[in-house]
Ligand binder design. Sequence first.
Ligand SMILES: O=C(O)c1cc(=O)[nH]c(=O)n1[C@@H]1O[C@H](COP(=O)(O)O)[C@@H](O)[C@H]1O
Length: 231
Amino acid sequence: MSCQTPIIVALDFPGREAALALAARLDPARCRVKVGKELFTRCGPDIVETLQRQGFEVFLDLKFHDIPNTTAMAVKAAAELGVWMVNVHCSGGLRMLSACRETLDGIHGRRPLLIGVTVLTSMEREDLAGIGLDIEPQQQVLRLAALAERAGLDGLVCSAQEAPALKTARPRLKLVTPGIRPAGSAPDDQRRILTPRQALEAGSDYLVIGRPISQATDPDQALAALVAELG
Ligand SMILES: O=C(O)c1cc(=O)[nH]c(=O)n1[C@@H]1O[C@H](COP(=O)(O)O)[C@@H](O)[C@H]1O
């Protein structure tokens, strides 16, 4: 089933039951779902297969970051699981990113979109300084975007705040943006945030939204309000 909205709902739950309970209230025509580190570590590939059988396109968000061979083989395993999108950290470097691209290119049939994580949306300038990078987040994102483009990746994970600069500098790359918060809602641990509408207007292709839906008193209503806001 082809999904008609840019919304990807993050199923950040501690187990199968809670994740599938939310999925049961979602329509695969109106959103995609993301399986991340917590849910995958608890439930394994089975949760991905279950969601796919229910008609969802799945973004497997394990943010692989390792030596080139190990990362490429992990991406291959994700492709064989049939996921729609998989991500790796751009900071793994050009050889790692290229190894992932080449491995996916060697697979016949449907391949997942290969997306590079730039600077986590939870990080601001002082967090980068803390890891030895004396640079604005947007500048670092643009540097890593150049690397991703060179390696032939399909897109980037970044903040929607960087979308205008990226759409100019790297128009081929799809932009996957977490750090989405409806106006007035708590930022939680996120730092580089925009509202859903601002993100779309800035040039985001996909909006990753977790707690504003998963922790809402009425997740259906929260998703419907987001879809309505996006028009
Ligand atoms: O790759 C990701 O999906 C990701 C990258 C990033 O820079 N920031 C980020 O928040 N994410 C993920 O996006 C989701 C955001 O969740 P909420 O902050 O609850 O909306 C979480 O599952 C994060 O793991």
